[in-house]
Design a protein around this ligand. Structure first.
Ligand code: NAP
Length: 260
């Protein structure tokens, strides 16, 4: 459902993250009803959090589909607030905004600073993470990489995986020896430590997502001497970026100030 305003400004936020949720609150409270704000979600979660402004759900149909949306909906600014590992949609946003000739900003949240004493192996992909696990003598893994691409670990039948997800999977995971735990961030150091200790976790597998809501697992792993396999981010697309939703709101205000 859309809430068409008289304004000529229509901001499209590519979302699916806490940063996007914060940004939509900042923009709607700063700009009021004179600016139309739409958040776009991929549709991965069954019950997305309620958002101010308009919401559209589902893929655009590649770059061309996004261009069509930008043009037909008179989008004037695009802010890419997707997760650092959502590389495909971010690449589409680069080409689509170039074709539609509209400004684009990306929120790139800072990487985690690794705690002192952390036993960490950095890898480039889920496949490489699985290879490290296969070559090690790990027995019990806390897997926090999300539901996608878990089949990279499917042949590691000697290892027990505790798979943390934000909602129940629709079908059984392709892992021989696993249990699923449903938890939503933010996580605390105390909670993460307890989870790892009670489940006798010896290795944590995580993406280098950054952000304070999920950082505690690294601190807990460091405190407990648990090894971490950390998957590096894909390259950041070209173009202007900021580190936070607050900075993105400032960027937008500068644009809107110029155009009003
Ligand atoms: P992705 O691999 O970059 O994108 C795959 C396809 O999903 C895109 O080509 C696009 O389909 C659609 N899509 C992705 N994000 C969309 C959005 N915000 N609005 C509309 N369509 C979107 O993305 P992903 O890694 O699967 O992530 C999907 C969503 O989950 C993103 O919104 C991301 O912010 C969020 N998320 C991802 C992770 C992660 O670890 N990857 C973690 C937390 C949250 P079309 O080509 O048809 O347009």
């Amino acid at each position: 459902m859309t809430n068409q305003s008289a304004s000529s400004n229509h901001i499209l936020i590519l979302g699916g993250t806490a940063d996007a949720r914060k940004l939509v609150i900042l923009i709607t409270s700063q700009c009021g009803p004179n600016v139309r704000v739409t958040t776009s979600l991929a549709g991965r979660t069954k019950r997305p959090v309620d958002l101010a402004g308009d919401v559209r759900i589902g893929g655009f149909g590649g770059t061309e589909g996004m261009v069509n949306y930008l043009v037909s909906e008179n989008v004037t600014h695009l802010i890419d607030a997707t997760h650092p590992f959502a590389a495909t949609i971010s690449a589409h946003a680069v080409s689509a905004t170039q074709k539609a000739a509209i400004p684009r900003l990306m929120i790139v949240r800072p990487c985690w600073q690794l705690p002192d004493g952390l036993k960490v192996v950095r890898v480039a992909s889920m496949t490489d993470a699985a290879a490290i696990l296969r070559a090690s003598n790990t027995g019990r893994v806390l897997l926090t990489t999300g539901i996608q691409n878990l089949d990279a670990f499917s042949r590691l039948s000697e290892i027990f995986f505790m798979v943390r997800l934000i909602e129940s999977p629709e079908k059984p995971l392709a892992l021989d020896h696993a249990s699923v735990i449903i938890q939503k961030p933010p996580f605390t150091l105390e909670g993460e430590r307890k989870l790892m200790e009670e489940n006798r976790i010896d290795t944590l597998v995580s993406k280098q997502s950054g952000g304070s809501a999920t950082e505690a697992k690294l601190l807990a792993a460091a405190a407990l001497g648990i090894g971490v396999v950390l998957i590096d981010r894909p390259p950041v697309p070209e173009g202007e970026s900021v580190a936070s939703p607050e900075d993105a709101a400032v960027w937008l205000q500068a644009f809107l100030g110029r155009s009003t």
